[in-house]
Design a protein around this ligand. Sequence first.
Ligand code: ATP
Length: 197
Amino acid sequence: MYVGITGGIGSGKTTVADLFAENFSEAGAVVVHADELAHQVLAVGSPLIPEVARAFGVELVDDAGVLNRRALGNIVFASPSKLKVLESLVHPEVARLARLARDQAPSGSVVFYDVPLLVEKNMHEQFDQILVVESPMDLRRERLIRRGLTLDEIDGRVGAQATDLERRAIADFVIVNDAGLDRLADQVRNVWAALSA
Ligand code: ATP
């Protein structure tokens, strides 16, 4: 079974995915994070590095082959068309690695793919089930400020994402993450029970 986990920035989707991994790995849960794959495809030695250098400037890659992610981020977040170019390089490779992870999971696994832009990238048909994580905006802001984002950065990112309403429209399960981690773990347990019923 292939389950998409999504939610707005700071909603807690990665925490939810990690709770499935922590509690249900032995029962067959396999968790894949799109953000980790996106990081991996721009790591030293990745075949994408020369393409990124060609598209955005050779000075972004040092002699050891390390990409200056911060400088690349500054370039693409200042230019929607450049962001599109980067996405056109990164997204197909991330999708390929996600498919590989899903296909290599032992038979009978429940593979969870934690992917921020599931709705925005129209990915919902790939999944057997979709779990949406929601949190009140004030809590999301608090968490993101703790992570070092400014209010302007938060508003920009939230504004560029789908809304909770749009995510709910394609959800099979909704977890409202508005309390502590114990409560969240209970909700995760309930979803696991429903998925494995
Ligand atoms: P992003 O879109 O930025 O990747 P996300 O939706 O994956 O965010 P998380 O990284 O899971 O969100 O959570 C954001 C922060 O909030 C993390 O530091 C996490 O530990 C914390 N957090 C999430 N849910 C709870 C909760 N119920 N209680 C306490 N802390 C929480």
